[in-house]
Ligand binder design. Structure first.
Ligand SMILES: [Zn+2]
Length: 96
């Protein structure tokens, strides 16, 4: 039987994953959620990488939507141009 991950079996695992996605340092997460060490949380990030990346992507999309809403408030040409510019930059960064 494989060893159980202390972070996966932690009662506050969802909160720990959210903290990882939010970019909180592993040492701070270990201090906040008693149980797994920073090293244990690091190993956890490696075997749940796909789920964490999906969370990070969703966080980025939510941020982009909020930014878009802010930029297009009162909608003028300047805001639209700024958004288009950011879209192009995002596509460039994504290699499209
Ligand atoms: Zn785990």
């Amino acid at each position: 039987m494989p060893p159980t991950c202390r972070t996966c079996s932690h009662p506050q695992r969802a909160e720990i994953d959210c903290a990882i996605i939010a970019g909180v340092s592993l040492r701070n997460i270990a201090q906040r959620f008693k149980g797994p060490s920073a090293w244990s949380i690091y190993r956890h990030t490696k075997h749940v990488q796909a789920a964490l990346l999906a969370g990070i992507r969703a966080k980025g999309e939510a941020l982009a939507e909020r930014l878009y809403a802010e930029l297009t408030k009162g909608m003028d040409c300047e805001a639209e141009a700024a958004w288009r510019y950011m879209e192009v930059l995002g596509q460039h960064a994504a290699g499209r």
